[in-house]
Design a protein around this ligand. Structure first.
Ligand code: PAF
Length: 278
């Protein structure tokens, strides 16, 4: 695997691959787990060469969030990527990506980026969209893959690509879970032993919601409130549990199909997110 720390280095590798070669991009912030590796494997089905990126993007963290303590495990990550057969890793530092303060941004509309996670993390999706746009400009991929665990992020990126007419296919990867249902996430590493034992409740609560919807329950507010109460009763501080339309994450009406239930909740000092499609 070739490791590129500079934009020029990655561009040169892109040029060397030749115009006929399909390139897949898998952006990450590192601390890779099986969910990331599944995306790398999936990427292989879509392209001749896979480029992974590792960059902890300060633009998408708010003051007081975990930018400083976000786990950085570069050597392990490189081993895992090489074992997965990834050809190129782009791993710039802050000075390479933001040599001067980033004053131009991609600003997703509030109805997409100001709801759900965007309501609790204002500016987060602007930071994500801006760095992803930069990564797209740098790597010029034919296809890019993002995990469905960050469902709202995937929607924002799909819409950005469509509205800017970027010639990039966006592919969503299924969430990879531990045997007890907990969605794999770099932030799971923050959990204490007791919190880790409690954490799969988020998945169980969401499963109950989608089972009820499949059984034709149509009082969505009641289902959301039931899930929130169960989380609260077990020591969680939920930000939201919300049934939404898959396509645009807007509020569904009772006869809508194609739904997804999304949640974010704090367990101790760790904020976990998850979702399940109905
Ligand atoms: O999902 C992530 O890890 C990040 O939000 C991304 C897409 C790599 C942008 O920094």
């Amino acid at each position: 695997m070739l490791i590129h720390e500079t934009i020029a280095g990655l561009r040169a590798a892109r040029a060397k691959a030749g115009p006929g070669k399909r390139l897949a991009l898998v952006p990450t912030m590192g601390n890779l787990h099986e969910g990331h590796i599944a995306l790398m494997t999936q990427a292989r089905d879509h392209a001749d060469q896979v480029v992974a990126t590792i960059f902890v993007n300060r633009l998408q963290f708010r003051p007081g969030e975990d930018f400083e303590k976000y786990p950085r495990t570069f050597a392990d990550d490189c081993e895992r990527l090489a074992a997965a057969g990834v050809e190129h890793l782009f791993a710039p530092d802050d000075a390479e990506m933001y040599p001067q303060p980033q004053t131009y941004h991609v600003e997703p509309p509030p109805e997409q980026a100001g709801i759900l996670d965007g309501e609790f993390r204002p500016g987060h999706f602007r930071g994500v969209a801006t760095v992803v746009m930069k990564l797209f400009q740098i790597a010029q991929p034919d296809v890019a893959l993002f995990g469905k665990k960050d469902y709202q992020q995937l929607m924002v990126i799909r819409n950005m690509v469509r509205e800017f007419d970027l010639p990039i296919e966006i592919v969503g990867g299924e969430t990879v879970r531990a045997a007890d249902g907990l969605a794999l996430s770099s932030r799971n590493g923050y959990l204490s032993t007791a919190e880790r034992a409690e954490a799969p409740r988020l998945f169980r609560v969401l499963t109950k919601v989608i089972d009820a919807v499949r059984d034709d329950a149509r009082d969505f507010t009641l289902l959301e409130q039931g899930a929130i109460s169960e989380l609260r009763a077990n020591g969680w501080v939920p930000d939201y549990v919300a049934l939404r339309k898959k396509l645009d994450l807007q509020l569904p009406s009772a006869h809508d199909s194609g739904l997804v239930v999304l949640a974010a909740a704090r367990l101790g000092s760790t904020r976990l997110i998850d979702n399940l499609e109905v």
